[in-house]
Ligand binder design. Structure first.
Ligand code: PLP
Length: 237
C-alpha cells in the first residue's frame, strides 16, 4: 500500500466521519446512533485493515467468492464483517458463521436456507430484509407491498433474527428525488416497528452510499454503506 493511498484514505475517513456527524446532528441524532459500514468490494485486505486501524468498525462484502478469498486476512478482532450483496441460496452455507449480519434477504427461500445453515452450525445469524423501494424490474429486494407478508413468514424461523431493513434506491439525478425513496423507506421502517411483530426488531435502517449518505441520514438511515468515497474509485481488474 502506497503512502499516497493511505494518506487519501485517512483524509477520506475523517471527511466522512465529519459529514456523518453533521447529518446526524441535523437529523436530531448523535454520531454514535449512525453506523458507518465500509463497502470493501475490490479492496485488498491490507487496505481494508488500514481503514480498520483508523477506527472503522464495520465492513461489508457483496460477493461470496471474494469474501472467502479475503476472509483469513481481515482484522476481525476490531471490525464486524457483513454480507451486503445479492446472495444465492446455494452459497449461503459458505458464509454462515463467518458474517455477523446478512443485509440482503429478499425471499422466504433465502431466509429458510440461512436458518437451516445457522442451525447446522449452531450459530444465530442476524439479517436485514432488502426492499426494492423503487419497485424496479430485475432488481433484488422484496416489493414494498409484500414486505409484511415476508416478515410474517420468516419471523419464526430458527436461529435467524430480523434486525431491520436495507435498500438501494433507483439511480436519481437529484437529491430531492433520492430523498423521496429514502423517506418511503423510513415510513416503512416506522410502520413495521409500530406493528410489533414477534421476533422482528427494527433496529437498523441501512441506506445511503457514497453519493447520498448525507441525504439518507437526514431521511432516517442509521446505517450507511460507503465504498468509493472512502477507498477511491473501484478498479475491477
Ligand atoms: C458497493 C456497494 C455500496 C457502496 O457503493 P459506493 O457508491 O462505492 O459507496 C453500498 N452497498 C452495496 C450493497 C454495495 O454493493
Amino acid at each position: 500500500m502506497t503512502e499516497k493511498l493511505s494518506d487519501s484514505i485517512r483524509y477520506n475517513y475523517q471527511f466522512i466521519e465529519e459529514r456523518i456527524s453533521e447529518a446526524a446532528q441535523k437529523a436530531g441524532k448523535r454520531r454514535e446512533d449512525i453506523t458507518f459500514l465500509a463497502a470493501t468490494k475490490t479492496v485488498d485486505v491490507e487496505t481494508i485493515n488500514f481503514a480498520i486501524s483508523l477506527g472503522l468498525k464495520y465492513i461489508g462484502e457483496n460477493k461470496v467468492q471474494e469474501l472467502l478469498s479475503k476472509y483469513d486476512g481481515y482484522n476481525l478482532n476490531d471490525a464486524s464483517l457483513q454480507f451486503i450483496g445479492h446472495l444465492q441460496t446455494n452459497k449461503v452455507r459458505q458464509i454462515v458463521g463467518k458474517v455477523d449480519l446478512i443485509q440482503s434477504v429478499d425471499s422466504v427461500k433465502l431466509a429458510k436456507e440461512i436458518s437451516k445453515q445457522s442451525v447446522k452450525n449452531n450459530v444465530n445469524t442476524d439479517i436485514l430484509v432488502e426492499v426494492n423501494i423503487g419497485a424496479e424490474e430485475n432488481k433484488s429486494g422484496v416489493m414494498p407491498e409484500m414486505l409484511v407478508e415476508l416478515l410474517d413468514e420468516i419471523k419464526d424461523f430458527e436461529n435467524i433474527s430480523v434486525k431491520g431493513l436495507m435498500a438501494i434506491p433507483p439511480i436519481c439525478d437529484s437529491s430531492q428525488k433520492i430523498s423521496k425513496f429514502f423517506s418511503k423507506m423510513n415510513n416503512l421502517f416506522i410502520d413495521i416497528s409500530g406493528k410489533n411483530i414477534d421476533n422482528i426488531s427494527m433496529d437498523i435502517l441501512s441506506m445511503g452510499m457514497s453519493a447520498d449518505y448525507y441525504e439518507a441520514i437526514l431521511s432516517g438511515a442509521n446505517m450507511v454503506r460507503i465504498g468509493s468515497s472512502l477507498f477511491g474509485a473501484r478498479n475491477y481488474n
